[in-house]
Design a protein around this ligand. Structure first.
Ligand code: CAA
Length: 382
């Protein structure tokens, strides 16, 4: 399979790298403030980063998944929290409207999403579900002209800054995952309130919220896809989302590797730079090999996505391997920094915390293993 980037994709990646270099010095500040500076979000909008997967006719950049993953990796290298915002917006919201929306929904939302005028959020998780996504209890019942939504959601990336929410609710509780529908909910809808900001270990500048729905009335045209067809939409979107999280893990790991190399060359012990010690070199070798292998798995899954093929197994492999690798790499980067690695004055301390959620959100590593095993067994079935 060919997953080399073409000239246009390399150009996009170079532009993203230049933008991400400007994020690096700000990422620590944003983490303290627990928010990304709005001017950088606006700049990302001007650069087309909010409409990467949106077709050109709706004002997007029309990138394929391969170029998109390469851009996301660069953004995460500069700021993992910024990546979180863009990844959810593009992979889970623009893709939701672009792939499953009616022509009216596309015309109404895609140009505004693509320009960054409105930010998107995706809301599936609840306090009592998470891995068991089919068991959500937030429900919608038909009312005159539309639906009334009641319930609560949690762990919603972009929750506090989004204008449009892709929300999954139960419309037939007895049917489990086959009774889930998806709605496009605007932030100003009466009965819809943004709740508490999660106090996270890492990715602190990414705005993660609870959501509350109390007789929240949405019109019939807010339904995305078919009635009771929401679970498959959620899963298909997460296949793409997981490639994005894989790219985030590669970006964090690449940044940690670069910091570790620079530190090892600059710091001396026993009258020599620590880079000359073989135990440090062994770490750097394993880190670099892991980053490269993770990048290739992410690219392979992205190439399948770009061809419009289902890539559940490959996306799960990419996410599982890349996030596991990133956590090992940031661990070693801190170790190479010694006591400095435990200091907030060094960015590897933040990378160490930022990498952790990758093994949990958009499907835990345990769920990824389950999905990979299912596919492997299915492929081997007589
Ligand atoms: N593409 C298309 N269809 C799919 C699919 C996919 N990737 N995965 C499943 N389906 C279909 C199945 O074929 C099945 O179809 P039928 O009804 O026609 O048979 C249907 O969906 C039900 O599938 P399963 O039987 O596999 O469902 P399950 O209940 O066993 O659950 C699961 C599967 C994999 C465990 C799923 O619940 C899951 O992925 N859990 C993790 C959820 C997750 O990742 N949550 C994080 C959300 S991210 C977030 O909320 C934060 C944020 O801000 C982004």
């Amino acid at each position: 399979m060919d997953f080399e980037l073409d000239a246009a994709a390399r150009e996009r990646r170079a532009a993203a790298r230049a933008f991400a270099e400007g994020l690096k010095p700000l990422a620590g500040e944003w983490e303290q403030a627990e928010a990304i500076a709005p001017d950088r979000l606006r700049e990302a909008g001007r650069l087309g980063l909010f409409g990467m997967l949106v077709e050109r006719e709706y004002g997007g950049a029309g990138l394929d998944a391969l170029a998109y993953a390469a851009v996301l990796e660069e953004i995460a290298r500069g700021s993992a929290a910024f990546h979180g915002c863009l990844s959810v917006h593009n992979s889970l919201v623009c893709a939701a409207v672009g792939r499953f929306g009616t022509p009216e929904q596309k015309s109404l939302y895609l140009p505004r999403l693509a320009s960054g005028e409105i930010v998107g959020a995706y809301s599936l998780s609840e306090a009592g579900s998470g891995s068991d996504a089919g068991s959500i209890t937030t429900k919608a019942v038909p009312v005159e002209g539309g639906f009334s939504i009641d319930g609560a959601k949690c762990w919603v990336t972009n929750g506090g800054i989004a204008g449009l929410f892709v929300v999954f609710v139960s419309t037939s509780p007895a049917a489990g995952s086959r009774g889930i529908s998806c709605f496009l909910v605007e932030s100003q809808t009466p009965g819809f309130t943004i709740g508490r900001k999660e106090r996270k270990m890492g990715l602190r500048a990414s705005d993660t919220r609870e959501l509350h729905f109390r007789d929240c009335r949405v019109p019939r045209r807010a339904l995305l896809g078919s009635m009771h067809g929401g679970f498959k939409i959620a899963m298909r979107l997460l296949d793409g989302g997981r490639v994005g999280i894989g790219a985030q893990a590669v970006g964090i790991a690449q940044a940690a590797l670069e910091e570790a190399v620079a530190y090892a060359k600059a710091h001396r012990r026993f009258a020599r730079p620590i880079a000359e010690f073989q135990l440090v070199q062994a770490k750097l070798a394993d880190m670099a090999t892991g980053v490269e292998a993770a990048r290739l798995l992410v690219r392979r899954a992205a190439a399948l996505l770009a061809r419009g093929e289902r890539c559940t197994k490959e996306a799960s492999m990419a996410k599982l391997f890349a996030t596991t690798t990133a956590n090992r790499v940031v661990h070693d980067a801190v170790q190479i920094h010694g006591a400095d690695g435990c200091s907030r004055d060094f960015s590897v301390e933040r990378f160490y915390r930022d990498a952790r959620a990758g093994e949990i959100y958009e499907g835990t590593s345990e769920i990824q293993r389950l999905l990979i095993a299912r596919e492997v067994l299915r492929e081997a079935a007589p």
